[in-house]
Design a protein around this ligand. Structure first.
Ligand code: CA2
Length: 152
């Protein structure tokens, strides 16, 4: 934390490593690597370092959230399917000491009923969904503004 080394952690949950390979009608053709490249450039515009990760394992995601305490200035998370199931990820985020922005590529409210419930939303500072890969870039803009206000 602090003005010298401001950084954002982006966490991607299960199956997001499959982006671009299947279901392009829902998730588009952009790969997670494309998103990482664009997000890194966007963070750099704001003078922020970016740590961009993906895991299929719930426990690993929780470890990363815990390890971000006192290190990352903000957490952006697309928890994938765990969004709708994981009290444990919600609890980890509730204990986080930085703002949390939830991102979804698809509009989860236009989809099946079970996707309308998000444990992450209950503890997130803000939520962006349905805008495709651009949602990650919008989340970085918003996070940069939150970090700027905090240090002002
Ligand atoms: O829209 C989103 O970003 C989601 O978080 C994506 C999750 C889904 O479970 C959430 O409800 C909404 C799925 C991750 C991506 O799964 C893929 C599976 C096959 C091919 C491409 C992506």
């Amino acid at each position: 934390m602090g003005p010298l080394a401001r950084s954002i952690l982006i966490i991607n949950g299960p199956n997001l490593n499959m982006l671009g390979a299947r279901e392009p009608e829902i998730y588009g053709r952009t790969t997670l690597d494309d998103i990482k490249t664009a997000a890194t450039a966007k963070a750099k515009e704001h003078g922020l370092a970016l740590d961009f990760r993906q895991s299929n394992a719930e426990g690993e995601i929780i470890d990363w959230i815990q390890q971000a305490r006192g290190k990352a200035d903000g957490i952006i998370i697309n928890a994938g399917g765990y969004t709708h199931t994981s009290v444990a990820i919600m609890d980890a985020l509730a204990a986080a000491d930085q703002p949390v922005i939830e991102v979804h590529i698809s509009n989860i409210f236009r989809r099946e009923e079970f996707r309308h419930q998000s444990y992450i939303s209950r503890v997130a500072t803000g939520v962006i969904c349905g805008l495709g890969a651009q949602g990650y870039l919008l989340a970085i803009d918003a996070m940069a503004e939150l970090a700027r206000k905090k240090s002002a």
